[in-house]
Ligand binder design. Structure first.
Ligand SMILES: [Zn+2]
Length: 419
């Protein structure tokens, strides 16, 4: 298992930024060459190039990159081809890589990266100076995994850190005590939502709802700000000084909001997993809302829905569950939000409170928890009663960078020299 530490590379010297850009263009050339070879083989009925073929075709100093970086591009390309081949079995519309790439992220495998005295040194191949980043490496272990240089409205360095299995012992004890306490395995389901990040219910009658308000408000702010910048951009000449300034502002704005959203998503999913650990959950079912987005519901709702990144929610939960030794799996949540958990009546839910319109039933409860409760029969073939008590939590406060918080520095004027 591994974790990723993300360094935002602020204030790069223009010469260094240009080098990174040129290197990414170079990596894109490697990709395009692989694509060409693969395309040619496919069109002429030849055997597809394998790892050795691509390595032979890309070696010999054609590219101004470290040989391992070039190899990583080839490996990623082959992995993409393989994934496409598998997906093509179910979806014939899938296409093998066909586009020209202009930029491609650079990666370095573990053996090429060296960390020394607060610097991360990434080699660029024989005869070329290495890339050196002065960063806070205090939390990093001696041996890191690979490094990846990506562009996310500004450069970021992703350092992967292999995680040792030290967590195992503690959770093994927890699992042991849980097994002693009760023989019935505790199972939980998660309903991912937009209004609420996640609604979790267990078969022991506990439930938690994590609010998605922070993420929603950030995204709304993002849309307003980007719209404003786009309107200003439309009034000036592309490529002009003003235009470049606006582009820079857009990049800064969207990168900042994206980081804040990521932070909140991590905090929210962490709370879900902490709750599961407290309840000694052994299995977690994550409902996949795939298909909900396809409905046509007008442009405002459509913008909101298209910005709902439930795939990330699923990925974060899966990863965190794995770390906490909780078994997790995903599946459809079709129809779970439109059924009464008591009498089973199907109706279209209205508003945030689910109210059963069957006069004999009269059930009412939290809409997202209803979805989560209804997932139990789908996931475990077990019907559970609606939880009597629901905990409500926020994902957490948005982290504000230190630079924004520190009081404005008072610049002292140099005292006049006593002359
Ligand atoms: Zn009912």
């Amino acid at each position: 298992m591994e974790r990723t530490r993300i360094y935002r590379l602020y204030h790069l010297r223009p010469t260094l930024a240009n080098r990174l850009r040129d290197a990414q263009i170079e990596a894109a050339r490697v990709w395009t060459l692989c694509r060409d070879l693969h395309l040619y083989a496919r069109q002429h009925g030849l055997p597809w190039p394998n790892r050795d073929d691509l390595q032979r075709a890309t070696k010999g100093g054609q590219f101004a990159l470290h040989s391992q970086t070039i190899q990583m591009v080839c490996h990623t390309f082959l992995a993409n081809v393989e994934t496409t081949r598998q997906l093509k079995a179910t979806n014939p519309k899938m296409r093998y890589p066909y586009k020209d790439k202009r930029y491609y992220p650079l990666s370095w495998p573990a053996q090429t990266v060296s960390i020394e005295r607060g610097r991360i040194v990434l080699p660029m191949g024989r005869g070329r100076p290495a890339l050196i980043f002065r960063l806070d490496t205090s939390g990093l272990p001696e041996r890191v995994g690979g490094c990846k240089l990506v562009w996310k409205d500004g450069y970021e360095l992703h350092v992967s850190i292999p995680v040792e299995n030290e967590v195992v012992e503690t959770t093994a004890q927890e699992v042991g005590s849980a097994a002693e306490m009760e023989t019935v395995p505790v199972r939980a389901t998660v309903d991912l939502g937009k209004i609420h990040q996640a609604a979790v219910s267990t078969n022991t009658g506990k439930a938690i709802v994590i609010s998605g308000r922070g993420i929603r408000s950030l995204k709304r702010r993002q849309n307003m700000a980007l719209g404003q910048i786009a309107r200003k951009c439309s009034r000036c000449e592309p490529g002009s000084k003003r235009w470049r300034e606006l582009q820079h502002a857009r990049q800064q704005q969207s990168a900042r909001i994206e980081r804040q959203v990521r932070d909140l998503r991590h905090k929210g999913t962490r709370k879900v997993i902490t709750f599961c650990q407290e309840q000694h959950v052994s299995t977690l079912y994550i409902g996949n809302p795939h298909g909900v987005r396809k409905r046509l519901t007008g442009r405002h709702h459509h913008q909101r829905m298209s910005q709902w990144e439930y795939g990330k929610g699923i990925a974060y939960l899966t990863e965190k569950a794995k770390q906490a030794r909780i078994e997790s799996f995903t599946g459809s949540e079709r129809g779970t939000s439109s059924q009464c958990p008591v009498c089973g009546r199907k109706q279209k839910p209205k508003g945030r409170e689910w109210v059963c319109r069957n006069p004999q039933c009269g059930f009412h409860g939290h809409r997202d928890v209803v979805g989560s409760v209804n997932m139990h029969p789908l996931a475990y073939n077990q019907k559970i009663s609606f939880p009597a008590h629901i905990t409500y939590q926020r994902a957490g406060p948005v982290r504000v960078s230190q630079r924004n918080e520190e009081p404005p520095r008072v610049r002292r004027r140099a005292s006049a020299s006593p002359l």
